[in-house]
Each structure stands twice: as C-alpha cells, then as structure tokens.
Design a protein around this ligand. Structure first.
Ligand code: 7TS
Length: 419
C-alpha cells in the first residue's frame, strides 16, 4: 500500500484539499458537506487543470491534423482511452468506446446490438432495481423488436433473489443489470449472474455507473460482455462516458451514430466503416473531457481502488452505527445494512418528514443530499416508497461529514418535534 493510500484509509490525509469546491462556503457561511456523489462527484484540481491545459496549450481536432498540437491532442485522447482499458482490465484499448455518459452507452448497445440480434419472442432480462437508464432503452427495444422484458426480483432489503434466475433466463438473449444500486447501494453478485446467463446462452450488459467509481472492476474476471460507466461520477468531467465491449461483439455490431471519423471510405451511394473503436465514435469527440477523465483515473489509481473501497466501507460502518441511534425516533434505512454488501449509499426516511423537507433542512446546514425517486420509480413502487433521502459517500468524505449528517437529522427531528 502506498503512503497516500494508507493515509486515506486512516483518514489522515486532507483529501478535501485536492477538491477546490470543498473549500467553498455556502451562502449561510457553512462548510460544504457533500453527500451526493452518487448523483455526481466533485472534481480534483488535477482534473480541472487537465481541461484548462488542453484548451490553453494544445486545442486541436484529433485523428486528422498533421501539425504538432493536433498530434499531441490525438495522443492524449488515445492515451486516456488506454488508461480506461487498464483501469477496467480490458484486453485492449479498441474495446473502449467513448460515449457521452452511461446512458448513451446503454442506448448504443440497445440500438446497435439489440437492433441486429433481438427478434419477436426473445427475452430481455433486467433486475427490479435498475436506474431508468438501464430500463427505458430496453422497454423501447422490446417494443421495436417484439421481444419481452422480464425482471429478476429483489427482496424488501433490495437484495437480488437468484433462486428463479434459471427459469427467467429461458429464451433470454440479453441480461442488463446494475453492478451497484444507485438508490440502495446494494452490490450485486455480477460474476454469478454472468456465469449463469452465459450457461443459458445470453450475453450480459453491466451498468457500472455506481460501481466503477468505488471499487476495483475487472471486466475480464467478471466476464461481462458490455460494461458502461459515466466519468462524472468518478471525479471526471460531465459529458464523457464509456462503453466497454468484447471485441467479437463490437466487431459484429453495426454502427450506431454515423458521419465523420467513423468511416473508412465514402462514395455518394455507400460507405464502409472504420475499425474499432472509432466505428462507434461519429463526429468530433469530447476531446478535453476524455483527456481530463484520464487524469481522474490517474488520481484514483494514486490511492488505489481497493483503498477507496476500504475507506468507504469503514465510513459506511461508522454511519450505520451513528444512524442506528436515530432508528428509535423513526429513522428508517433501506437496503442492506451491511458495509460488505453495500457501496457508499444510504437511503432513508425519518418518521413522517417528507424526504424533500429533510433535504431542505440539511441544506441549511451546508449538507448536500438527494431526495426523490433517484430515477428508480419501479423500485420505489416495489418497496412501497414515495421517495427517500439519500446520502452517498466518496473518498473525500470522512467521519466529520457523517457527524454533520447526524446533527442535521437531529435538527430536523427538533423542527418536526419528533419525540
Ligand atoms: N446507471 C446508474 C446505476 C446510475 O446511478 C446512473 C445515474 C445512470 C445509470 C445514468 O448515468 P448518466 O451519467 O448517464 O446520467 N444516477 C444518478 C443518481 O443516482 N442520481 O443522479 C444520477
């Protein structure tokens, strides 16, 4: 373990100092307690600087200019792709496709792979806890192709129930499933789902938007066929995301968007297409943000994903313990109450205080959480909830943030005169 990594786990290093926004004060003069990283993460100085350096020093379009700054931009862009490939342990950089975000990566697969491979009567299997981004594209694909959706159930704690999986996999061509639930933090048993799906002849897309930021991910060890993520949830900029796909699948897929850069040759009548990964990258890419995402990966790897996971696991245990004292006053916590089976997300309701009121009261203390359905309306229905208040952690959070959250909840209890 490197010195900085062990310091992170021990909570010694001032990680906050690397994130300029965390030094800001709210309009009420409060220190920022940022507990909404599941929505988007904050950005360290190295990422902000990487964006600025690109625009100040070598802004040029890629894959076409012969001059020096164009070559520099192309190299930096492709080097960032190579970093993502290493980060996910992909077999090669050509398996990493840049997209705008996880949502676009899922849509790419739904349109391209789904359009070519799904037919009348086929089954698409998703879980009951998916983010709308990993549900709606499959609903639309089912409509277009005449295929059907089925759902892997979750129990009342939001844990996946796999006893009926083999029956659900009958006739199934594709399983699309989250690695970590954005609403409950549940870590799903992906390796097992993939093995059983493959045995039944289905391929698997894993929505890693909430996993890749928080734990080591090895797409080859998982044997995932597709894996998607969003840079903005893992210290990178908005507007850049990733589709990982196995080469054999990507090679066989038709293009998604079309135009410049994704072609090999074009005549008035027809075109032939570029090789991977550029076949799927039509038009000018989000160059600056891809490069800055590479810097985010360097920063994360400086700590080590294993250490980031350990830090968040310890913080979660501390939070469960502290929040436990409020349970007798009506605090309900959803999802698995076990740091081993949960990523850094805590979803809750406090007595009959509406989640939005709770979020507003916490906001007056500088505490940022999210309230609502978290883009998982079907899961909310399944758990019989209208909304939850969700606190989510990252490597820059520490025990003082958890303490602030608990103090904020106590203030809410006082305002609402909870006994
Ligand atoms: N999948 C999961 C599991 C997510 O949590 C999110 C975003 C997405 C997909 C979509 O990511 P995007 O970058 O393409 O928008 N989740 C959340 C959230 O929980 N709060 O705000 C966004």
């Amino acid at each position: 373990m490197s010195r900085t990594a062990s310091a992170l786990v021990a909570g010694e290093r001032d990680v906050r100092a690397d994130f300029p926004i965390l030094g800001e004060r709210t309009s009420r003069g409060k220190r920022l307690v940022y507990l909404d990283s599941a929505a988007t993460s904050q950005k360290p100085t190295v990422v902000i600087d990487a964006i600025e350096r690109y625009y100040r020093e070598y802004n040029a379009n890629i894959h076409r200019g012969v001059y020096e700054i164009a070559a520099r931009a192309t190299d930096a862009f492709e080097e960032a792709r190579a970093k993502v490939a290493r980060f996910l342990n992909a077999a090669e950089s050509a398996e990493i496709i840049w997209t705008r975000n996880a949502t676009e990566a899922i849509n790419l697969v739904a349109w391209s792979w789904g359009g070519a491979n799904l037919h009348e009567g086929d089954v698409i299997l998703v879980s009951e806890l998916e983010h709308h981004s990993n549900l709606v594209p499959w609903q639309l694909l089912a409509e277009r192709s005449g295929s059907r959706l089925r759902f892997i159930p979750v129990n009342d704690r939001g844990e996946l129930q796999l006893d009926t999986l083999d029956a659900l996999l009958e006739g199934c061509k594709l399983v699309a499933i989250a690695h970590v639930s954005n609403t409950l933090g549940t870590i799903l048993p992906i390796a097992e789902v993939v093995a059983r799906a493959h045995a039944a002849g289905a391929i698997v897309l894993v929505d890693g938007a909430q996993a890749a930021p928080h734990m080591p991910v090895d797409v080859r060890a998982l044997d995932a066929d597709f894996y998607v993520l969003s840079a903005h949830k893992m210290l990178g900029p908005t507007g850049i995301g990733v589709l990982y796909g196995k080469r054999a699948l990507l090679d066989a897929m038709p293009p998604f968007l079309s135009g410049g850069d994704m072609i090999r040759s074009v005549s008035y009548e027809r075109s032939t297409f570029n090789e991977l990964p550029w076949k799927f990258e039509a038009g000018t890419s989000n160059i600056a943000d891809a490069i800055a995402f590479g810097s985010a990966i360097d920063y994360l790897e400086g700590y080590g994903m294993e250490n980031i996971r350990a830090h968040e696991r310890a913080l979660l245990a501390y939070a469960f313990e502290g929040l436990g004292a409020l349970e007798e006053r009506g605090l309900a916590i959803y999802g698995p109450h076990d740091p081993e089976r949960s990523s850094g997300v805590i979803s809750m309701n406090f007595a009959d205080i509406h989640a939005h009121d709770l979020a507003s009261i916490l906001d007056t203390e500088g505490i940022c959480i999210r309230a609502g359905h978290h883009c998982t309306m079907p899961l909310m229905g399944r758990l019989d909830l209208a909304a939850t208040a969700r606190a989510s952690f990252y490597l820059y959070n520490d025990r003082s943030d958890v303490d602030a959250l608990i103090t904020g909840l106590e203030k809410a209890a006082a305002i609402f005169r909870l006994s």
